[in-house]
Design a protein around this ligand. Structure first.
Ligand SMILES: Cc1cc2nc3c(=O)[nH]c(=O)nc-3n(C[C@H](O)[C@H](O)[C@H](O)COP(=O)(O)O)c2cc1C
Length: 226
């Protein structure tokens, strides 16, 4: 399955069946993880047959059967959240492409246990991964025209990028981003919130996948005439 198809099919799944990850799946996930870690300077790990990411109540009522997870960690720098958001988005879609399901959790996880596991790195959450009891369902979404604007005639790549951004998982499904385009420049901003930099990394990954990295460049600031 392509990453684009995986993006269409990915939805949060909180309940998993009792089926371990196969050896081939584990080695593919491991290779992807290593690439992400070395490219973005992160310390993400895959934990298997381990449900310590979730507290007893969560396990009983919400995270049924969740027994594998990515520990999202890295050495604390100002852009750690965004880098982990970007890398986590890649791991989610890669997992989906392998026939797995996922659930990003930055709030309701066992922070103390995960911090102990991370060995000095900063933990920003976990992504549960496994064979879902269902495939989940699409989230309620804001409309493209409410979250984006293009100065001039909108090119197809910008439209596809915004559609992809709207498919991204965001904390509390807030989708609190604004995407502006002009020529081949794109600026994305995210309303301030506790997980906003994580969301920003995830949404940027999705926009790039939809738009095609070769079609545009990220702008850092608003030009005066935007
Ligand atoms: C940064 C981040 C933090 C999240 N934290 C939690 C959480 O603590 N508990 C939870 O149940 N879901 C959490 N989620 C899952 C979101 O609620 C979910 O992604 C969102 O509702 C969109 O649904 P979708 O993933 O099906 O597209 C989180 C998602 C993100 C991106």
């Amino acid at each position: 399955m392509t990453m684009k198809k995986a993006m269409l099919e990915r939805h949060t799944v909180r309940k998993y069946i009792d089926r371990p990850l196969g050896a081939d799946t584990v080695s593919q996930l491991g290779r992807r993880l290593d690439e992400c870690n070395s490219r973005y300077g992160l310390a993400v790990r895959l934990m298997r047959e381990d449900s310590s990411a979730f507290g007893a109540i969560t396990k009983l009522f919400v995270a049924k059967g969740a027994r594998n997870f990515f520990l999202l960690a890295g050495s604390p720098t100002p852009d750690l959240d965004e880098r982990l958001g970007y890398c986590g988005a890649d791991l989610m879609l890669f997992s989906q492409a392998l026939g797995l399901n996922t659930w990003w959790v930055s709030g309701s996880f066992n922070r103390r246990a995960m911090t102990a596991l991370a060995d000095g790195d900063r933990v920003i959450g976990v992504i549960a991964v496994g064979y879902g009891a269902s495939q989940g369902k699409p989230h309620r979404s804001r409309k493209a025209e409410d979250v984006s604007v293009y100065s001039g005639i909108m090119p197809p790549w910008f439209k596809s990028g915004v559609e992809a951004a709207l498919m991204a998982p965001t904390s509390f499904n807030k989708q609190a981003f604004t995407i502006k385009g002009k020529d081949d420049k794109v600026l994305i901003t995210y309303a301030h919130g506790i997980f906003s930099h994580i969301d920003l990394g995830i949404v940027k990954y999705h926009f790039e996948l939809g738009a095609g990295k070769e079609n545009f460049e990220w702008a850092e600031e608003l030009a005066a005439d935007w």
